[in-house]
Design a protein around this ligand. Structure first.
Ligand code: GDP
Length: 534
């Protein structure tokens, strides 16, 4: 193998690309920040947050983002640690939760799930987890805030198993919590890592190590905690799952770590074990079979399109996940879906704090490429003359619906163009109702903020003012049924049927139980929660 080839395989081997998921406030930002701190990408904690607030002044992002001080889209960060090159895909929470958040998970090879020890598994974590589970990617759990009073660790493990339907293997076990938090027992290494609340997480902490049977331990953690620790560990060893790497990599078993991101405790051991267990980019499925990352030609797919990063140019940035081959700035590729040659001229990479021009990148990396309006979510780019297409990115179930039409009938054309453009970017989904005239459309979104984005952009970019009315539906299912016809399809009183832009039938309903009812009333109907667009 030539020097260059060796180097290329090494580049792939050292890459790890993971999404970080949690319910808002569990500590995702704090943990990310600590990863960057250990990676030397930032000098002191607090910079990620403070940059968020600074952003008002320097950002050229959408106006709406500035007004609200929140980030509308998910971001990508790259940093190096201990010879590894790590890509973190952030998944936004709060009101800016959107379909993009789900799509980001498709670009990741594994997920880090942060759970607040006082709250256990929360709503948004469940939703994000479902997508990770669907993809069968490994999920690493970090139970956070051990320095504060939380639930009993056994209860937390049970909660993960019951609420998420995944087996859990505690890699370490906490000794006390809140004010009495003393540290963790590392089960694989059979030692104790003691907690010292150094300088409140501003810098890295070291760990004091000693054996679980060390008689001195009673002096350090007290006899009650020592006794409880020995009991808990005995129980886990007897009744808990065994450590099983194969199951972890298939996403059937989640390794669980306890720590405190704020005080840095447990962050570095977590990162180290994560890097040790997780795998570099693996082959990705395509219409030509699995494509190995070491394949010579460059290929990747677009999982997100971000509009108006620079309002002066009204252009878009497409986020591309590299799946095989080496990427080089200015390279010529084929956009397979449109059979069109595309030169990737001004690629950007998202380093810890800044966006920078990228000269070369490898499988696992995410790059941003200029989109003159030709890309769609799920498109494949490939440097070889192949009809290679990566598995499409599904549409995820919107949870909020609105009926919209244009105030000024003469603007109907712009209205339809704007709506269709926004649907193409993937920030909204559009449905045609059967119950009204052709003037109205139903739009569905995963996060309500998208409604504001829609209204704002239609107004600002297309000069269209809209009439809107929220609809009471909370659930959508794509209907698959032979001989489907809207008039014969039996519904519950809270439900309607509509059509996607491509003419696929969907069910919209208010209550979750209606889904089962409708499914029972229509023999042979399959109601799907996600949909693969052709
Ligand atoms: P995110 O919404 O998941 O990104 O959460 P943040 O990282 O912004 O954290 C939410 C709040 O929890 C902030 O006030 C943090 O300071 C706090 N927090 C994060 N990690 C810890 C921790 O380990 N212990 C305690 N006590 N608080 C934490």
């Amino acid at each position: 193998m030539s020097e260059e080839n060796l180097n290329y395989t090494d580049q792939i081997q050292k890459r790890r690309t993971f999404a970080i998921i949690s319910h808002p406030d569990a500590g995702k930002t704090t943990l990310t920040e600590k990863f960057l701190l250990y990676g030397g990408a930032i000098r002191s904690a607090g910079s990620v947050k403070s940059r968020r607030t600074q952003k008002h002044a320097v950002s050229d992002w959408m106006e709406i983002e500035k007004q609200r001080g929140i980030s509308v889209t998910s971001s990508v960060l790259q940093f190096n640690y201990d010879g590894f090159c790590i890509n973190i895909l952030d998944t936004p929470g709060h009101q800016d939760f959107s379909e993009d958040t789900y799509r980001t998970l498709v670009a990741a090879d594994s997920a880090v799930m942060v759970i607040d020890s006082a709250k256990g598994v929360e709503e948004q974590t469940k939703k994000l987890f479902k997508v990770c589970k669907m993809r069968g990617i490994p999920i690493f759990t970090f139970i956070n805030k051990l320095d504060a009073q939380g639930k009993d660790p056994l209860e937390l493990i049970e909660d993960i198993e019951n609420a998420l339907g995944i087996r859990a293997y505690p890699m370490d076990w906490p000794i006390g919590c809140g004010k009495a938090f003393k540290g963790v027992y590392n089960r694989r290494k059979n030692h104790i890592e003691l907690f010292e609340d150094g300088d409140h997480g501003q810098s890295m902490v070291g760990t004091l190590e000693c054996d679980i049977n060390d008689p001195n331990l009673t002096n350090i953690i007290g006899s009650d905690l020592h006794e409880k620790l020995l009991e808990d560990i005995e129980l886990l060893d007897m009744a808990g799952d065994d450590y099983n790497l194969e199951q972890i990599l298939k996403g059937e078993l989640t390794p669980v770590f306890f720590g405190s991101a704020m005080t840095n405790f447990g962050v570095e051991p977590f990162l180290q074990t994560f890097l040790e267990i997780s795998t570099p980019p693996q082959p990705r499925m395509s219409n030509e079979g699995p494509i190995d990352p070491t394949t010579e030609y460059f290929s990747g797919f677009i999982f997100k399109i971000q509009a108006n990063m620079n309002p002066a140019h009204r252009d878009r940035i497409a986020f591309l996940r590299i799946c095989s081959g080496k990427f080089e700035k200015g390279m010529m590729t084929t956009l397979v879906q449109k059979n069109k040659k595309v030169k990737l001229a001004q690629p950007q990479q998202f380093l810890a704090q800044d966006r920078a021009m990228v000269e070369e990148a490898y499988p696992g990396d995410i790059i941003g490429i200029h989109d003159p309006g030709i890309f769609n979510i799920g498109d494949t780019l490939c440097s070889a003359d192949l009809k290679l297409k990566y598995e499409g990115i599904p549409q995820f179930a919107p949870e909020h619906f609105m009926k919209i039409s244009t105030v000024n009938a003469l603007k109907r054309k712009q209205f339809l163009k704007g709506v269709s453009q926004l649907a193409e970017e993937g920030s909204i989904q559009v449905f045609k109702p059967h119950f009204t005239g052709s003037e109205e459309l139903i739009v569905g979104v995963v996060g309500v903020l998208q409604f504001e984005v829609l209204e704002y952009r239609l107004n600002n970019e297309y000069g269209v003012e809209i009439k809107k009315q929220r609809l009471p539906y909370n659930y959508i299912r794509w209907i698959e049924m032979e001989n489907y016809s809207p008039s014969n399809f039996k519904l519950t009183s809270d439900a309607i049927v509509a059509e996607t832009e491509d003419g696929d039938p969907v069910l919209l309903c208010q209550y979750e139980w209606s889904i089962r009812q409708v499914s029972e009333r229509n023999e042979g109907a399959i109601l799907r929660e996600t949909h693969l667009k052709e």
